[in-house]
Design a protein around this ligand. Structure first.
Ligand code: MG
Ligand code: MG
Length: 255
């Protein structure tokens, strides 16, 4: 069931969204050669504690994971793209790091992800990261009242195909608000004009992610981390948005 939010509810999600965006910006600034993933996890844990927020990931136990997740941020390096389990690893020159953060403040959730290249970027990695950002921008532009979910999905797939990347449809975007995952599903590929209608009050996370040379994924032996099946590098960009009568509003933005 899809729940449309009131303006007051969206305002509360905006508060959470600003916090998520601020912490992700801090992580982007911190991610550097030699920094350990566990330091980034510790930073998020402290920021959530001092804000009185709740991590959506802590104790998260979906059907695909192995036992409850005991971290507050997903950190996915290189061929890892989704649900990356923070571990004892010092970032190296050229690493592609995706950071995905979902937080609940006073019962309202926001979810965002960003990818940064540590140190010297391989141009092919930079192009990949940029493609996910362009796809996210295009998808948000398509998220107009009166359009449908398929318009968002088609915008993402169009940018992927323009860049020569294939699109995986197992993992995509989603409704959210009171919880991290609500209806509707927002696939990263679809047909324009099809699917659930975009009405004011709909709040969704849009999250294009691509791998350089495959659309297939494998699950790491840690039971959580999703990697490209061929080991090629990956990138992921995500915002939480609200559909308003005036158009899409990005909620995961710094104030
Ligand atoms: Mg996310
Ligand atoms: Mg998400």
């Amino acid at each position: 069931m899809v729940e449309l939010k009131t303006a007051a509810e969206i305002a509360r999600m905006r508060v959470t969204g600003e916090f998520v965006a601020t912490v992700l910006a801090e992580l982007r600034a911190k991610a550097a050669i030699g920094v350990n993933l566990l330091e980034l996890e510790a930073h998020v844990r402290e920021r959530i504690r001092e804000r009185g927020a709740t991590s959506c990931y802590w104790d998260y136990a979906p059907s695909f994971g192995r036992g409850p997740f005991r971290n507050t941020v997903c950190l996915s390096v290189n061929d890892a793209v989704l649900h990356g389990l923070p571990f004892d690893y010092d970032l190296r020159d050229g690493d592609v790091l995706t950071m995905d953060l979902a937080v609940d403040i006073d019962g309202w959730v926001a979810d965002s992800a960003t990818t940064v290249i540590v140190g010297t970027a391989d141009p092919a990695d930079a192009r990949l990261v940029r493609a996910t950002e362009i796809a996210l921008d295009a998808a948000i532009s398509a998220a107009q009242p009166g359009n449908r979910i398929g318009d968002i999905s088609a915008a993402i797939a169009g940018v992927a195909h323009d860049h020569g990347y294939r699109v995986n449809t197992e993992f995509g975007g989603h409704g959210l608000g009171r919880t991290m995952h609500e209806d509707p599903h927002v696939s990263n590929s679809g047909r324009p004009g099809r699917g659930y209608p975009l009405r004011p009050g709909l709040t969704i996370a849009i999250e294009p992610w691509f791998a350089r040379t495959t659309d297939r994924v494998i699950t790491d032996p840690d039971g959580w981390t999703i990697r490209s099946a061929d080991g090629s590098r990956t990138a992921h960009s995500e915002h939480t948005i609200a559909i308003t009568a005036d158009g899409p509003e990005i909620l995961t933005r710094t104030a």
